[in-house]
Design a protein around this ligand. Sequence first.
Ligand code: ZN
Length: 74
Amino acid sequence: MNDKATGKPGEKKCDICSFGPPDWQYKCKKCRNVFVMPAPKGPSEEKNRKCPKCGSAEIERTDLVKSEACPPGG
Ligand SMILES: [Zn+2]
């Protein structure tokens, strides 16, 4: 491996995107609150996530939130 970048081979990254993966959008099943959190580093981290509004662990991931500052393909 002579890839000096930390990303996966073949994965294009711009200066802005190099901060990391896109955020994840969650929706609370209890209070229907929609919130965004950074992508978890592992399954255990995601499992411990709770709704910041009501504290319920019954949340579901609904979408990925990409950085608006990053242009497509860039
Ligand atoms: Zn909630």
